[in-house]
Design a binder for this molecule. Sequence first.
Ligand SMILES: Cc1cc2nc3c(=O)[nH]c(=O)nc-3n(C[C@H](O)[C@H](O)[C@H](O)COP(=O)(O)O)c2cc1C
Length: 235
Amino acid sequence: MKKITVILFSFLMIIFLAACSENTEPKETRTANIETIVENSSEENTSQRNTTDISTAVESNTQEQQSDVNINESKILVAYFSATGTTKTLAEYIANGLNADIYEIVPKEPYTDADLNYSDDKSRSTIEMNDSAARPEISGSVENMGQYDIVFVGYPIWWGEAPRIVNTFVESYDFSGKTIIPFCTSGSSGIGSSASNLQKFSDGEWISGQRFGGGISRNEIIEWINSLGLDVTAK
Ligand SMILES: Cc1cc2nc3c(=O)[nH]c(=O)nc-3n(C[C@H](O)[C@H](O)[C@H](O)COP(=O)(O)O)c2cc1C
């Protein structure tokens, strides 16, 4: 009987040891494996998130580039003459709204207050405006005019016309193949024939210009640009 009990006990021990040996992996290793899986899975999520983030960034970057492309599809120059700063402000609104280059037509001999006195028959401005052949000299020049597709030309109205120095400007460059958009400021006169008279001395496709008063806002200028039907958008 004692022999049978020993055999039975040994048999039970063998079964017990066999059951224990099925999971030989230490507990710490298993815990570590679980942590790795969790980690991997969270890495996957992060990498998925990162991929999503990258796609979104590329998309929005592409959209940004597209809006830049819309603006920069045509290379634009805003050229202006301004004796007392009114036209300059508008030129800056246009250049800023279109992300365009800006060029000031600077007289070689600056206009003094006395020069601008339109009540004086002998003032420089009166003398120049009475002489349709007058071409006051400009200091400096536009670097590489050839690169521009669209050129805005801004000036104040003097005696119903563009100051003669603007004639000097338009006659100095070849505008063929370019779109020219004249704009002007005045006390009250309209643009009248000032732009069409400039056009006579120049190539390029001139579109109808616009006269503005001094109090015009940036928004109104942006609206005007966007109403011109150009393939550019002002912001
Ligand atoms: C010599 C001279 C002549 C002008 N002639 C006219 C004119 O015929 N009609 C008008 O409405 N304003 C006239 N003005 C006013 C300017 O057109 C107006 O003040 C313009 O906005 C000035 O622009 P600016 O500050 O860019 O020089 C004249 C101004 C000057 C100095």
